[in-house]
Write a protein that binds this ligand. Structure first.
Ligand SMILES: CC(=O)SCCNC(=O)CCNC(=O)[C@H](O)C(C)(C)COP(=O)(O)OP(=O)(O)OC[C@H]1O[C@@H](n2cnc3c(N)ncnc32)[C@H](O)[C@@H]1OP(=O)(O)O
Ligand SMILES: O=C([O-])CC(=O)C(=O)O
Length: 362
């Protein structure tokens, strides 16, 4: 019998939120192409779409944006925690701990209000923790700025460039939702025990940080730095594949063609990075890697995933690599909480089976 691993092909839930069509390379959020939403709408509007089920009209958008902005401040308990946590703790671990702390104020069943307050506070926790690691004073949120602009502002203390806001907004929207990926599944499993939304999101953050999931873009930068220039790309990738290493930013359980988010992010990055030799190298490495993956892993259909160009876009807007996975988390918290609201509507505890392969008693 074939080894049972990874729940490959198993349907764990029905959802109205997002659809990942892996054969055709399509991603749909509640009936809309995600790649279109990313360039025509703002973070707040797509959060509304994913949580409430429809795009907001102008007055709904205004009210909803104000609601989200008014929840950005850190609760005192979280501020105290962040002031006392060791500085060298990775930001994802800080985030996981801070969200777990908030679970004391959350209870079953999950609500839209809870989704708003968690989503609003995640960028503040990231920026507070990032600045504290650098020995810098925190920047209070500016409620006149959009969710995306305020995140960049809290990181740097400077008014962000419009082109950076636009690019980050597109990335955050494309990162919000992706069906039953590992972190969303983890969140739904925790909530299915009638635990609270913050505990479920804290578990999702733990799943997100692994290098096979949301931790990959940092490794993409490391790979490109190690390759260094176009002339070394082929030899470097061959050696990696011969050692049995995985190329970060390539391969996907569902996409058997190019991830549509990679395509969309490549276009957004191109607009910011014309004449950037690093981006030129990234394009060359992508092409070389796809060809070599087919040579070393024939028939596995391994293509670029979102993380390859997530790394490029975050680098292009001058985010340091330790912020890559936290920034992805600031996007995905919307999808997690949308799934948790949905899970509560149809809840039944998740309890798959295992096949016992150990010895039996004498
Ligand atoms: C937001 C996201 O989470 S996007 C994904 C981000 N993660 C990465 O970029 C990490 C690199 N990619 C991977 O490790 C994988 O492709 C995953 C984790 C994304 C998907 O894994 P799975 O669907 O379980 O694929 P699985 O591990 O079964 O791989 C199938 C085959 O392709 C190979 N393969 C898969 N991805 C890669 C890769 N990136 N580099 C080299 N080989 C790979 C495997 O070694 C395996 O080969 P085999 O048949 O000889 O054993
Ligand atoms: O769907 C997956 O398995 C991983 C992924 O791309 C995501 O979570 O965005």
């Amino acid at each position: 019998m074939a080894k049972v691993t990874g729940l490959d092909g198993i349907v764990a839930a029905e959802t109205d939120i997002g659809h990942v069509d892996g054969e055709n390379g399509h991603l749909i959020y509640r009936g809309y192409w995600a790649k279109e939403l990313a360039v025509h709408y703002e973070y707040e509007e797509i959060a509304h779409l994913l949580w409430v089920g429809k795009l907001p009209d102008a007055s709904e958008k205004q009210q909803f944006t104000a609601r989200l902005a008014s929840s950005r401040e850190l609760p005192l308990t979280v501020r105290r925690l962040l002031d006392n946590i060791p500085r060298e703790m990775p930001i994802m671990s800080v985030l996981q701990t801070a969200i777990a702390l908030l679970s004391g104020e959350f209870s079953w069943p999950p609500t839209l209000e809870q989704a708003i307050s968690l989503t609003a506070v995640v960028p503040t926790i990231i920026a507070y923790s990032y600045r504290s690691q650098l020995g810098l004073a925190p920047i209070e949120p500016d409620n006149q700025l959009s969710h995306t602009a305020n995140y960049l502002y809290m990181l740097t203390g400077k008014q962000p460039e419009p082109a950076h806001i636009k690019a980050l907004n597109a990335y955050l929207i494309l990162g919000m939702e992706h069906g039953m990926n590992a972190s969303t599944f983890a969140a739904r499993v925790v909530l299915s025990t009638q635990s609270d939304m913050a505990s479920a999101v804290s578990a999702a953050v733990g799943a997100m940080k692994g290098p096979l999931h949301g931790g990959a873009p940092t490794e993409v930068i490391a790979m490109l730095d190690a390759i260094g220039n176009k002339e070394h790309a082929e030899a470097w990738i061959r050696q990696a594949l011969e050692r049995g290493d995985r190329l970060m930013g390539f391969g996907h359980r569902i996409y058997k063609t190019r991830d549509p988010r990679a395509e969309a992010l490549r276009h957004v990055t191109e607009a910011l990075s014309s004449n950037d030799p690093w981006f030129d190298l990234a394009i060359h490495v992508e092409k070389t890697a796809i060809a070599l993956l087919e040579e070393y892993k024939p028939g596995r259909r391994l293509y670029t995933n979102v993380e390859f160009f997530a790394a490029s876009i975050m680098r292009a807007i001058a985010l340091p690599s330790e912020l890559f996975t936290p920034t992805f988390t600031a996007a995905r918290v919307v999808g997690w909480s949308a799934h948790l609201l949905e899970q509560a509507q149809v809840n039944r505890i998740f309890r798959p089976q295992s096949v016992y392969t150990g010895p039996m008693p004498e």
